[in-house]
Design a binder for this molecule. Structure first.
Ligand SMILES: [Zn+2]
Length: 225
């Protein structure tokens, strides 16, 4: 009888010890998870597609195993359908950046804006079968009534917090673009970098490998919208 009682006590102690070890393990594991700060970077390309520049950028992204987001100008897709399909086929995100990129048309009225967004989304959907869910304003900035329309249409609006300077600095070479990207991204944990892939931006394509290497070396995770 006494032997059975001792066995029961030993069994109970063992259960308590196992539970305690399990709970301690969980408690000890939590701080590392809670305090780990994940650094993330979103590469975003506006104004494409173009044939050579977008193609070169896609080659680099493929080589480096990195995904990006491309904000498309609808009327530039004609004749470059294969480029747009390649963007989607290689796992990148495609968003709307207007049909015409003409500020005087796009922003002339809420109705014109809605038509422009719908036209660009239609081009993307007919070409790739994918319906876009992200939007970037041509020229950036805030547009309250247009933001309400985009929300109603189900779009997430994407701005940026770092630039490579390919629009801001006239005729910038690749080295300047790398330096500008790194200095405007600074040490932010969350970077949305603005780049351009229209035909005049070969320097951006040339700068891209070094920009990607910088973020890889600094342990950033590449994300898409
Ligand atoms: Zn643009």
């Amino acid at each position: 009888m006494q032997k059975r009682w001792i066995t029961a006590v030993i069994f109970c102690l063992a259960v308590i010890l196992i539970l305690a070890a399990h709970l301690c393990g969980r408690t000890m594991a939590m701080p590392a998870f809670t305090f780990a700060e994940e650094k993330e970077v979103y590469l975003t390309f506006d104004d494409g597609p173009s044939t050579k520049v977008t193609g070169s950028i896609l080659d680099t992204l493929q080589e480096k195993h990195v995904k990006a987001t491309f904000f498309i100008v609808g009327e530039r897709v004609s004749g470059r359908e294969e480029v747009l399909r390649r963007i989607v086929a290689e796992g990148h995100t495609v968003g709307v950046h207007s049909e015409t990129h003409r500020y005087d048309l796009i922003y002339s009225s809420d109705e014109a804006f809605r038509e422009d967004v719908t036209a660009c989304a239609g081009v993307i959907e007919r070409c790739t079968g994918v319906f876009p869910h992200v939007y970037r304003f041509p020229g950036g900035g805030r547009h309250p009534s247009k933001e309400a329309i985009l929300k109603e249409l189900g779009y997430e609006i994407v701005w940026w917090n770092a630039v490579c300077g390919d629009e801001e600095i006239p005729n910038a070479d690749a080295e300047t673009l790398v330096t500008t990207a790194l200095s405007t991204a600074a040490n932010r944990a969350h970077v949305v970098l603005l780049l351009h892939d229209s035909a005049s931006h070969m320097a951006t394509a040339e700068a891209l490998p070094a920009i990607i290497d910088h973020f890889l070396e600094n342990h950033y995770t590449f994300k898409t919208f």
